[in-house]
Design a protein around this ligand. Structure first.
Ligand code: PLP
Length: 365
């Protein structure tokens, strides 16, 4: 057994151990955990500093999860099941698909969008993989696939390679992406063997899940370094969560720390309307203020897109804190910068007269 598999075995995954280690009364959360599984790896446990901190909130079950009366919530708010042409495959956008490789995760995030099925037994079978490959082969418009779940790095190398190899044999599939929380929660899984296997399937991208700067430990930094050294471009996805990261300073530190370990911030998600996760939702103004605090104030590389994944399966919609485009006509564009100053930009291909009428194209009012 590999080190990472031992760590999965040593994880907290029942309410008695949770009570013994973290002092959460077993009876308060037993029913919740029967419905929504629990797993905290030894690595994540080490990063919890006190009851109720940002790491605790993400992984320790809370009685609030049992409140099923929350407005508008659903088990599948993104209607992934309606967009599924083949078991375990979601085809929502024109040129890309998402595949659930397994239901297992290194930790079970209490705010998970796929709370309805993660943690239950289930991994892609050879027959199912064949159906997926047949579907993608028949749909030549598909040029991008995201391996997700669950967490695709929870399966052993041989099985993951079987999936990658089958997908790489499809000529029109240009890129493969892996969405994973493993590097940040079970860094020992990122072995040299895994990296050597992955690099055979380039162009391969990875989007890693991080929500708080305390998740970036030295072990995590090393794991990300091994992936980056294997030539895998790394992005990050963050969920905006009440009491965890709904603060511009916390988010700025997170994004800057990610860049320092060669991870490019990609998305901040507004929390989805998932049953049993309502206590994590924030108002959208919080997200807008976070983007406002980032854009222009720190490296552009550190600024992700802030998106709302439209309830009902409408896809991701990026939103900005202020309207940067004030006006646009044949002659010029007027935009607003991060200091909220207006800037004029003259359009090309105009009669020279109108160009001359603008005293200085870079004038700031
Ligand atoms: C997020 C998502 C994608 C990928 O979206 P990008 O904006 O290309 O990263 C693809 N399919 C589904 C179902 C998704 O939820």
């Amino acid at each position: 057994m590999e080190q990472w598999q031992k760590e999965i075995r040593e994880s907290i995954d029942d309410v008695e151990t949770l009570e013994a280690v973290l002092g959460v009364p077993a009876e308060e959360v037993r029913e919740i955990v029967d419905k929504y599984p629990l797993r905290i790896t030894p690595h994540v446990l080490k990063t919890i500093q006190r009851k109720g901190d940002a790491i605790w909130k993400q992984v320790v079950p809370d009685a609030e999860e049992g409140r099923l009366d929350a407005v508008c919530s659903s088990e599948d708010p993104l209607h992934e099941e309606a967009d599924s042409p083949v078991q375990n495959l979601v085809h929502r956008y024109p040129d890309r698909v998402l595949l659930y490789v397994t239901n297992q995760c290194p930790i079970y995030c209490r705010f998970c969008t796929r709370k309805r099925f993660v943690g239950s037994p289930g991994t892609l079978t050879p027959e199912n993989l064949k159906q997926v490959v047949d579907y993608i082969s028949a749909h030549t418009e598909i040029r991008d696939i995201i391996l997700s779940g669950g967490d695709p790095l929870m399966v052993v190398d041989m099985l993951l390679e079987r999936v990658l190899k089958a997908l790489r044999a499809i000529p029109h599939l240009e890129i493969i992406r892996i969405g994973t929380r493993v590097p940040g929660t079970l860094p020992s899984r990122i072995t040299e063997n895994l990296c050597a296997m992955l690099k055979k399937y380039h162009p391969l991208y990875m989007n890693l899940h991080f929500n708080h700067p305390d998740e970036i430990t030295p072990e995590v930094a090393e794991a990300c370094g091994r992936l980056a050294d294997a030539g895998i471009p790394l992005g990050s996805q963050t969920v905006l969560l009440d009491g965890v990261n709904d603060d511009p300073e916390v988010m700025k530190r997170l994004m800057q720390k990610l860049l320092a370990i060669r991870v490019k911030p990609y998305y901040i998600y507004q929390a989805d309307l998932v049953l049993g996760t309502h206590h994590f939702r924030t108002r959208v103004e919080k997200g807008l203020n976070i983007i406002k605090a980032l854009r222009g104030h720190t490296s552009g590389m550190a600024v992700p897109h802030y998106v709302i994944d439209a309830p009902g399966g409408g896809g991701k919609v990026a939103i900005l804190p202020y309207d940067t485009l004030l006006s646009l006509d044949e002659e010029q564009v007027i935009v607003k910068n991060y200091e909220e100053k207006t800037v004029h930009y003259p359009q090309p291909n105009l009669a020279s007269a109108s160009i001359l009428s603008i005293a200085s194209p870079f004038e700031i009012e």
